[in-house]
Ligand binder design. Sequence first.
Ligand SMILES: NC(=O)c1ccc[n+]([C@@H]2O[C@H](COP(=O)([O-])OP(=O)(O)OC[C@H]3O[C@@H](n4cnc5c(N)ncnc54)[C@H](OP(=O)(O)O)[C@@H]3O)[C@@H](O)[C@H]2O)c1
Length: 167
Amino acid sequence: MRVGLIGAGAVGTIHLEGYQKNPNCELVAIASRTFKHAKKAADKFNIPKVYLGEEWLNMLRNENLDVVSICTPNFLHASMTIEAIDNNINILCEKPICVSNKQLIEVEKRLKNKGIIFFTSFQKRYISFLPLIKKIIANEIIGKLLLVDYHFSHYGPYKSWQAISEE
Ligand SMILES: NC(=O)c1ccc[n+]([C@@H]2O[C@H](COP(=O)([O-])OP(=O)(O)OC[C@H]3O[C@@H](n4cnc5c(N)ncnc54)[C@H](OP(=O)(O)O)[C@@H]3O)[C@@H](O)[C@H]2O)c1
């Protein structure tokens, strides 16, 4: 798969590491706001093409991508997603997908009958114990649930979340 990525920040770097490990993926282009950040990521992950600022549009239109990762600030997700849909590119968009219900309805409308895969990073769904818990609940192994008290916390950005630009 020909892969492009927008946003050479903390989470973008994690996406790049994932694609690099996947033998079915070829990182062909990166788009970001700041030249230094985009260039640093491009050098580290051997990405041949760099696009800057609004040039992400050109990347989506010209690079014949199979998939794009959208790793920019939340307010940019909808416009980038819609452009990717219009160019028939499969999408891995960071969460949240959009910043308003109106945008979300628009994204959903444009995805209809397109035959492309849209996916958002709910990566915790793939932590092995969570599907197990889901199965236990669905099969009523522990009876009917009346209350769920769930705690999730961490101590802030992990070291591994660091943007490549901050290394
Ligand atoms: N799945 C998860 O668990 C998880 C965890 C944390 C965050 N997130 C999500 O990931 C997204 C990014 O968060 P982050 O922590 O990685 O933020 P970040 O480090 O600030 O990265 C955002 C990147 O977007 C780039 N950018 C900003 N405006 C742009 C534009 N107009 N065109 C192209 N690139 C642009 C910035 O470019 P430059 O650096 O080049 O200036 C920056 O590298 C957010 O939506 C956040 O909610 C998800």
